[in-house]
Design a protein around this ligand. Structure first.
Ligand code: COA
Length: 329
């Protein structure tokens, strides 16, 4: 249905249970990783490396596509023509990032159709932050400024990782995300330095987005299930806590200098350079990533509607006998 070739067949559960990697090949592979070499789709790789990469890249791709939804609803309501044009371009970029990432995940053997099916059935996750409402224009500025900033911290680090197609996709994505961050910061400054009503609106947005942003980097290192393996194989280039810390280091001062505060009296940087914060309610995080956040049902309904109502376009493109897909000349 989606086209796009794929090289390997997706392993069944039985294949997975029975699989043992060749120890010589595994040692060679790990030596390559240690030397900082890139792994390419045709190279031998451990079963678990492939499986983890598919999981992570696929979730990342879904996040880009689902992330376009809260911002997309603001295109017609953005204040002024300039902000509307910028938002159209940003939303288009985000969907494009999804395309790049789905293509990178396909090189590992999972078809795009299978990935989309897993998103729609709830089997595959996407980022927690896109399951919260964008109630006001200030929410859109917080997404553009701080969520994009958080994404950049993660993606700049992981673009130096070991899997070639993912790293190259991340490099391209980061260039565009840097523009997104600049526009988000600009829109945030405009509100934070505006009228009292505008400042109140941006403060209210920060109050609601603070926890989801802390959650964005994933559970603490102690609770993270996949970090150890992913860091050993240089898929993740920093731990969840280190990335969260780097983000807080860079962006807390940028918010505070505008007179906006965070709704956490315990947020502070310690002498050892580590940020401390109140328990951000990890139960809420678990509920949201497992389908029970404030907007999960709504986001999924929109995605399913798009999938169904645009099916005819994909069918037409896949059918070489359809007149619309024949060359004109
Ligand atoms: N949103 C949704 N799920 C999340 C999450 C988040 N912010 N953070 C962690 N999780 C999920 C993980 O996917 C994993 O679930 P799974 O086993 O069902 O796949 C579980 O929580 C445990 O987390 P952890 O072991 O720490 O997962 P991880 O090592 O994959 O690290 C990320 C989590 C988000 C840091 C990592 O997946 C990543 O860097 N992803 C690529 C970037 C990305 O997706 N960005 C979001 C959009 S811009």
């Amino acid at each position: 249905m989606y086209g796009g070739g794929y090289i390997f067949s997706e392993p069944t559960k039985a294949d997975q249970a029975a699989h043992v990697d060749d120890p010589t090949k595994l040692a060679e592979f790990e030596a390559r990783i240690d030397r900082g070499e890139k792994i390419e789709p045709h190279d031998w790789m451990p079963f678990e490396y492939r499986k983890q990469l598919i999981r992570l890249i696929e979730q990342h791709a879904h996040s880009e596509v689902m992330g376009a939804l809260p911002e997309g609803t603001w295109i017609t309501r953005a204040p002024g023509f300039r902000r509307k044009m910028i938002l159209i371009a940003k939303v288009q970029d985000e969907v494009g990032h999804g395309q790049l990432l789905y293509a990178a995940a396909e090189t590992l053997g999972k078809s795009r159709e299978a990935m989309i099916n897993d998103l729609l059935s709830g089997k595959s996750k996407y980022s927690n932050v896109f399951n919260y409402p964008a109630k006001t224009w200030a929410d859109v500025t917080v997404i553009g400024f701080l969520i994009d900033a958080a994404a950049i911290v993660n993606q700049v680090a992981n673009s130096k990782g070991s899997y070639g197609p993912y790293c190259r996709a991340l490099e391209r994505i980061c260039y565009e995300e840097s523009f997104h961050l600049k526009q988000g910061h600009d829109a945030f400054i405009a509100l934070a330095t505006g009228t009292k009503a505008q400042r109140d609106m941006v403060q209210d947005a920060i109050n609601r987005w603070y926890k989801p942003i802390i959650h964005f980097f994933g559970p603490s290192d102690k609770a993270s299930q996949h970090s150890e393996k992913l860091m050993k194989w240089k898929v993740k280039m920093a731990s969840n806590d280190d990335m969260r810390n780097q983000f807080l280091d860079q962006y807390v001062p940028k918010v505070l200098e505008l007179g906006i505060t965070f709704p956490d009296p315990n947020l502070k940087k310690n002498a050892d350079g580590k940020w401390e914060f109140s328990d951000p309610d990890w139960d809420e995080f678990k509920r949201v990533i497992n389908g029970d956040g404030p907007c999960n049902a709504e986001r999924m309904a929109v995605r399913k509607y798009a999938e169904e109502s645009n099916r005819w376009v994909r069918c037409a493109l896949m059918n070489p006998m359809q007149p619309a897909t024949l060359p004109y000349a």
